[in-house]
Design a protein around this ligand. Structure first.
Ligand SMILES: Cc1cc2nc3c(=O)[nH]c(=O)nc-3n(C[C@H](O)[C@H](O)[C@H](O)COP(=O)(O)OP(=O)(O)OC[C@H]3O[C@@H](n4cnc5c(N)ncnc54)[C@H](O)[C@@H]3O)c2cc1C
Ligand SMILES: NC(=O)C1=CN([C@@H]2O[C@H](COP(=O)(O)OP(=O)(O)OC[C@H]3O[C@@H](n4cnc5c(N)ncnc54)[C@H](OP(=O)(O)O)[C@@H]3O)[C@@H](O)[C@H]2O)C=CC1
Length: 475
C-alpha cells in the first residue's frame, strides 16, 4: 500500500524471515467479508512489482525513536521518516523451555510438530481457540487428549450451542479428504440430516519458544493442507475432551522418581511425559501442544523507547494506527487497537485484520506525509471473519458471541444437525451479531441487516424460518 501510494518514496521492508508472505486469490465476499490465500513468494516478485521497494532480510535488533533509526542483527542501521512495526506475535506457551511442549506459529514449528507427531501414539492439546480446533480435527493416527478450561469447545469463536453442533464431527470418521493441494503453500529453509427446528434462546447468553529474531511469519489459512498430520497409530480420529480443567503439572518419570509425592509416583509408566490436570486426571503422552494464545512480538522495539503498551502486551495504536512514539505506526498482531471502537467491531488476532490494518496503516502513513486527511476505514465498522472448522464454512459477524452486551439481548437459533447452525444476536430488536456454520448463504443479507440496524422486532422468529427466502424478504 505504501509503495503504491507514494511511488516517489523509498520503502524498505525489513523482515527476520527468509520468505515473503503474499495475499493471493483475494475475493471480496461482501462489503466487509473477504477471503484469500496466503502464499510464500520470492522477494523479487514484490520488488519487481514495486520499483521503490527494497526487501532486507535481517531481524531488527533495536529501535531508536529519537534518532529515527533501526539497527538490524547484521549490524546495519536504517534511518526512517515513518516506521510501521508489523512484527506479529508468538505462541504464549504454558511453560518455557520444556522440550516436551510445542507451540505452532510458523513453518518451522509446524514441521517440528509434524515430525514429532509421526512417531506419536498420544498427544495432549491444551487451549480452546483456533489452533486447538484445527488440530483436533486434522490429526489422525494418534490419540488426542484435549484439555479445555471451558464447558464447551471453541470458546474464542463459539457458544455452547455451536459447540454442540460441531462435536459429532469429532466423533465421526472424517469425510474423504478434498483434492490435495497441488503444492505446499509454505516451505522451510532446507526445502526451498436431521430436521430443522427453530427456537428462541433465553435472554442471558450463555512450539516452540522462538525469540523475536528467529520467528517466521504466522501460518496462513489452510496451513495444514499439503502437510500430513498423522501419528504412529492405525486410527482415524480418537479425541477425548477433558472439560473445565487446566494443566496443574507437567513432569517426566525421572522427575517423578525424585519427587517426594508418593501418590504421583504410582502414575509413572512408559510415556516420555505426563500431564496432570486440575480435574485430578493424569495423562501420559508423547508431547504436549500449548495452543493457548499469543503474545505480541514487541521486545526489540521497547528498550530505550516510551511506547504505551496495552494489557495484552500489544503496542497501543490510535485510529490512525499510530503508536505513542512520534512517526511510529503499528499493525497486525503486534498492536492493540485503542481507538473508540464501533459497537460492532472488536479486535481479534487474525490474518484478515492484520491485512486490513497493514493496508490502512499504509494509507495513513502516506496521507500524513502528503498532509492529506484520512478517515478510519470502513472495514473497522463491523467485525467479520470467514474460516473453516471441522470442514464447515464458518462466518462470524459483529458481536457474534454477544461480546460486551448486557443481559437485555436475545438469541435466535436455527440448527439442522450435520448441515447448518445459524445464530443471530439481537439487541433492542436490532441485529448485532451472527454465527453461520455450513453453507447457509445468509452472510450478505445478515451483514446488511447488521449494518443498517433495521428494527427487526416485527419479524420475530420468522427471521430464521427456513421456509422463507430471507434474501427476497429484505430485498
Ligand atoms: C497455525 C495458525 C493458523 C492460523 N489460521 C488463521 C486463519 O485460518 N485465519 C486467520 O484469519 N488467521 C489465522 N491465524 C492468525 C494469523 O496467522 C495472524 O493473525 C497473522 O499472521 C498476523 O499477521 P502479522 O503480519 O501481524 O504477523 P506475522 O504473520 O506473524 O508476521 C510477522 C513478521 O514479522 C517478522 N518479525 C518478527 N520480529 C521481527 C524483528 N525483530 N525484525 C524483523 N522482522 C521481525 C516475522 O519474521 C514475520 O515475518 C493463524 C495463526 C496460526 C499460528
Ligand atoms: N481459523 C482461524 O481463524 C484461526 C485463527 N487462529 C489465530 O491464531 C492465533 C493463535 O491461536 P491459538 O493459540 O489457538 O489462540 P486463541 O486465542 O484462538 O485461543 C487460545 C485459547 O487458549 C485458552 N487459554 C489461554 N491460557 C490458557 C491456559 N493457561 N490454560 C488453558 N487454556 C488457556 C484461551 O482461553 P481464554 O479465551 O478463556 O483465555 C483460548 O481458549 C490466534 O490469534 C487465533 O485467532 C489460529 C488458528 C485458526
Amino acid at each position: 500500500m505504501l509503495s503504491s501510494q507514494i511511488p516517489s518514496a523509498d520503502v524498505a521492508l525489513i523482515t527476520a524471515g527468509p520468505h515473503i508472505k503474499a495475499v493471493t486469490n483475494y475475493k471480496q465476499v461482501s462489503r466487509t467479508l473477504e477471503e484469500f490465500d496466503v502464499e510464500e513468494q520470492p522477494s523479487s516478485v514484490l520488488e519487481e512489482k514495486f520499483p521503490n521497494l527494497t526487501i532486507i532480510h535481517s531481524a531488527v535488533k533495536s529501535l531508536h525513536t529519537k534518532s529515527h533509526c533501526v539497527e538490524t542483527a547484521d549490524g546495519r542501521v536504517f534511518g526512517y521518516k515513518k516506521l510501521c512495526i508489523c512484527s506479529g506475535a508468538r505462541p504464549k506457551l504454558l511453560t518455557q523451555d520444556n522440550p516436551y511442549m510445542l507451540g505452532i506459529r510458523d513453518t518451522d514449528s509446524a514441521q517440528e510438530f509434524q515430525k514429532r507427531l509421526s512417531k506419536a501414539k498420544r498427544i495432549v492439546i491444551v487451549g480452546n481457540g483456533g489452533i486447538a480446533l484445527e488440530l483436533v480435527y486434522e490429526v489422525e493416527g494418534c490419540e488426542v487428549i484435549w484439555a479445555v478450561k471451558d464447558k464447551a469447545i471453541g470458546n474464542t469463536f463459539f457458544d455452547a450451542g455451536a459447540a454442540q453442533f460441531l462435536i459429532p464431527s469429532l466423533e465421526a470418521d472424517k469425510p474423504q479428504a478434498a483434492a490435495p493441494c497441488k503444492r505446499p503453500r509454505f516451505t522451510t529453509e532446507e526445502a526451498a440430516p436431521g430436521g430443522s427446528h427453530i427456537f428462541t434462546a433465553d435472554r442471558s447468553s450463555q512450539a516452540y519458544g522462538h525469540g523475536p529474531t528467529d520467528s517466521g511469519s504466522a501460518l496462513g489459512p489452510d496451513w495444514h493442507e499439503g502437510i500430513a498430520l498423522r501419528g504412529a497409530e492405525q486410527v482415524s480420529h480418537r479425541v477425548s475432551v477433558e472439560y473445565q480443567c487446566e494443566v496443574e503439572k507437567i513432569f517426566t518419570c525421572e522427575e517423578l522418581h525424585k519427587s517426594p509425592e508418593q501418590t504421583l509416583r504410582t502414575e509413572c509408566g512408559d510415556w516420555p511425559v505426563y500431564v496432570r490436570l486440575t480435574n485430578a486426571q493424569t495423562f501420559g503422552c508423547d508431547f504436549v501442544v500449548s495452543a493457548t494464545g499469543v503474545v505480541p512480538n514487541t521486545e526489540p522495539f521497547l528498550q530505550g523507547n516510551t511506547f504505551v503498551v496495552a494489557d495484552d502486551g500489544g503496542l497501543q495504536v490510535d485510529d490512525h494506527m499510530m503508536t505513542s512514539e512520534a512517526d511510529v505506526y503499528a499493525a497486525g498482531d503486534v498492536c492493540t487497537a485503542c481507538w473508540e471502537q464501533s459497537p460492532l467491531w472488536q479486535q481479534m488476532r487474525l490474518w484478515t485484520q492484520a491485512r486490513q490494518m497493514g493496508w490502512y496503516a499504509g494509507r495513513c502513513m502516506a496521507a500524513h506525509i502528503l498532509s492529506e486527511p484520512v478517515e478510519l476505514d470502513f472495514c473497522f465498522e463491523l467485525f467479520s471473519h470467514i474460516t473453516k472448522f471441522f470442514n464447515y464454512k464458518v462466518v462470524l459477524l459483529g458481536k457474534f458471541n454477544s461480546q460486551g452486551l448486557g443481559p437485555d439481548h436475545e438469541l435466535l437459533v436455527r440448527c439442522t444437525k450435520g448441515q447448518e447452525y445459524v445464530k443471530v444476536v439481537l439487541s433492542g430488536g436490532r441485529m448485532v451479531g451472527a454465527v453461520l456454520i455450513g453453507e447457509t448463504d445468509l452472510e450478505e443479507t445478515f451483514e446488511n441487516l447488521i449494518l443498517n440496524q433495521m428494527d427487526l422486532t416485527p419479524y420475530g422468529e420468522e427471521l430464521l424460518n427456513p421456509d422463507i427466502d430471507i434474501e427476497d424478504y429484505f430485498d
